[in-house]
Design a protein around this ligand. Structure first.
Ligand SMILES: Nc1ncnc2c1ncn2[C@@H]1O[C@H](COP(=O)(O)OP(=O)(O)O)[C@@H](O)[C@H]1O
Ligand SMILES: [Mg+2]
Length: 447
C-alpha cells in the first residue's frame, strides 16, 4: 500500500515537473525564435550573425542550456557552445520543428537525463529555421527524488506513530479489560477471592476497585452462607440426636415402668420444643432478610412499646422474683416497624431476665438525646466474659455451651435483634462483666 502510494506520487510529481520544464523551455525557445526571425535570412552577414550569437549566448547563459540555430537543411548555423557549427542535427524535435511543431522530450544519456526541445523560426508564415535547445534535466529527477525521500520518511514516521499508538492503547485499555474479563470468569466459577490488580487513577481503576469490592462482598456473603448452613445443620442435629438416644433406649427394652416412659417422653417433648424454637427463629431471620427493603413504618410512642414488652415478660420475671423497672426522661415518638422493634426488645429484655439469677433486677431506661434516642437495658446477672463479647451477635453463638443448654435458647436472639436495629439505621452496644451484669444500649435515629 505504502509502496503503491509512493510510486503513484513519484509518477505524478515527475509528470508535472517534466511538463513544467517542457513548457518553460518551449516558451524560451519561442522568444528566441521570434527575436531572431527577421535576421535569419541574413545570417551570413557578420554583423547579423554576431547579433544572433549574442542573443543565444545570453539565453544559454541565463537558463544554463545549450541553444542552437538550425537552418532548413538541418545544419547547425550557430551553437551557443560553438563546437557543433556546420554539422547536421537530425533529431526528432528538429524534424517536428521543420514541420511547424513545438516539441520537447527527455532522453537518458548514461546516468544523466537531458531534455531536447525545438521550435520553428517562422518569418512571413514560413518555417525558415529551428531553435534547438538542450538542457540538463537531472534536477527534475533529483528534486522529485528528494521530495520522495522526505515523503517516505514521513510515511515511515506515521506508520511508526500509529503502531506506537495502537500498542499504547492495547496497554492502556485492552490489557486491563482482559484482566477484568479473566477475573469475572473466575468469579463465575465460584472463586470469590479473585482480585484484579489495576492501580490507576482513571475510570478503569475505579472499575477495578468496584470489582474488587464486589468480589470481597461476594466472598463474605458466600462465607456467611456456608457457615450459616453448617451451623443450622449442627443446631438441628443436636436435639435430633438426643431424641434418637432416648427413643433407642426405650425401644431396646420392651418393659419399662410407666413413669420411666413418661420421663423419657418429657425429654423428647422438650427437645421437640427446642427444635420448634430454633425453626421459628430461623424462619423469622429469613423473613427479616426478605423484608430488608420494606419496613412497615408507623409513628410510635417508644415508651408505649417498651411498656408492652415488659408486660409480656413480667410473668417470667416474677417467677424468678426479678423486678423490671422502666424510667424515661420524656415521651418519645418516632417512626419504626412496631412488630419488629417489639421482637428486638423482647429478645434483649428476655435475655436480661434469662441470664439474671433469682432476686435480681432489670432496669430499662429510655433517653431523649437530641438527634437520636437510647434504650438501655441493664441487669445485674451473670454477665458475659470479655472474650465472648465480640461474638454474641453472631448467629448461634452462645457463651459456654453447657451453661447455655441449661437455660435453653437458640443463640439467634441477639443476631435477630441486631439485624432489626440496623434496619432502623440504629446501633447496638454491649457493656458487660462476669457476675457484675450486662448493659445493652440501643440507639435509634429520630427521623
Ligand atoms: N443479658 C445477658 N447476660 C448475660 N449473657 C447474655 C445476656 N444476653 C445475651 N447473653 C449471652 O449471649 C448469648 C447470645 O444471646 P442470644 O443470641 O439471645 O441467644 P440465646 O438464645 O442463648 O439467648 C447467650 O447465649 C448468652 O450467653
Ligand atoms: Mg436470647
Amino acid at each position: 500500500m505504502l509502496f503503491l502510494t509512493v510510486i503513484f506520487i513519484q509518477d505524478y510529481l515527475l509528470k508535472s515537473n517534466v511538463s513544467e520544464t517542457q513548457a518553460n523551455q518551449l516558451a524560451q525557445s519561442n522568444i528566441i525564435a521570434s527575436q531572431i526571425a527577421p535576421y535569419m535570412n541574413n545570417v551570413d552577414n557578420l554583423y547579423t550573425r554576431t547579433y544572433i550569437e549574442d542573443i543565444i549566448k545570453q539565453h544559454s547563459f541565463d537558463s544554463n542550456s545549450r541553444v542552437m540555430v538550425i537552418d532548413r537543411e538541418r545544419n547547425v548555423v550557430l551553437d551557443s557552445y560553438d563546437d557543433f557549427e556546420s554539422q547536421t542535427l537530425n533529431v526528432l524535435e528538429v524534424q517536428n520543428a521543420l514541420k511547424g511543431l513545438n516539441s520537447a522530450n527527455i532522453y537518458r544519456h548514461g546516468v544523466k537525463h537531458v531534455m531536447y526541445s525545438a521550435v520553428p523560426i517562422i518569418f512571413q508564415n514560413e518555417v525558415i529555421g529551428v531553435i534547438f535547445m538542450s538542457v540538463n534535466a537531472e534536477t527534475i529527477f533529483t528534486n522529485v527524488q528528494s521530495i520522495l525521500d522526505k515523503l517516505i520518511i514521513i510515511f515511515l514516521l506515521a506508520l511508526f506513530i500509529s503502531l506506537f499508538i495502537s500498542f499504547f492503547f492495547a496497554e492502556i485499555i485492552s490489557t486491563p479489560i482482559e484482566k477484568l474479563t479473566e477475573s469475572v470468569k473466575k468469579i463465575t466459577l465460584g472463586n470469590y477471592q479473585t482480585k484484579v490488580e489495576i492501580s490507576r487513577a482513571d475510570e478503569l481503576g475505579e472499575l477495578a476497585n468496584a470489582f474488587n469490592l464486589m468480589s470481597a462482598k461476594l466472598f463474605q456473603v458466600d462465607d456467611r452462607r456456608k457457615k450459616f448452613v453448617s451451623n443450622v445443620s449442627h443446631e438441628l442435629r443436636t436435639p435430633m440426636t438426643s431424641m434418637k438416644i432416648v427413643s433407642d433406649t426405650l425401644l431396646e427394652q420392651p418393659h419399662w415402668e410407666e413413669d420411666v416412659y413418661r420421663e423419657f417422653m418429657q425429654d423428647i417433648n422438650s427437645e421437640i420444643e427446642r427444635l420448634n424454637h430454633i425453626i421459628d427463629s430461623l424462619l423469622y431471620l429469613v423473613r427479616i432478610e426478605k423484608d430488608e427493603i420494606e419496613l412497615d413504618y408507623s409513628v410510635t410512642y417508644v415508651n408505649y412499646l417498651i411498656e408492652k414488652v415488659i408486660k409480656t415478660i413480667k410473668p417470667i420475671a416474677t417467677k424468678k422474683n426479678i423486678e423490671i423497672t422502666f424510667i424515661s426522661n420524656s415521651r418519645i415518638q418516632i417512626n419504626l416497624d412496631q412488630e419488629k422493634m417489639q421482637q428486638c426488645l423482647l429478645n434483649i429484655i428476655g435475655n436480661a431476665v434469662k441470664y439474671t439469677p433469682e432476686n435480681g433486677m432489670v432496669n430499662v431506661e429510655l433517653l431523649d438525646m437530641r438527634d437520636n434516642l437510647a434504650i438501655s437495658i441493664r441487669d445485674n446477672g451473670i454477665g458475659i466474659p470479655e472474650k465472648d463479647i465480640p461474638f454474641i451477635f453472631d448467629r448461634f453463638y452462645r457463651v459456654d455451651e453447657a451453661r447455655a443448654r441449661k437455660t435453653g435458647g437458640t443463640g439467634l436472639g441477639l443476631s435477630i435483634a441486631q439485624q432489626i436495629v440496623q434496619l432502623h439505621q440504629g446501633q447496638i452496644e454491649v457493656e458487660s462483666g462476669v457476675d457484675k451484669g450486662t448493659t445493652i444500649i440501643i440507639s435509634l435515629p429520630k427521623n
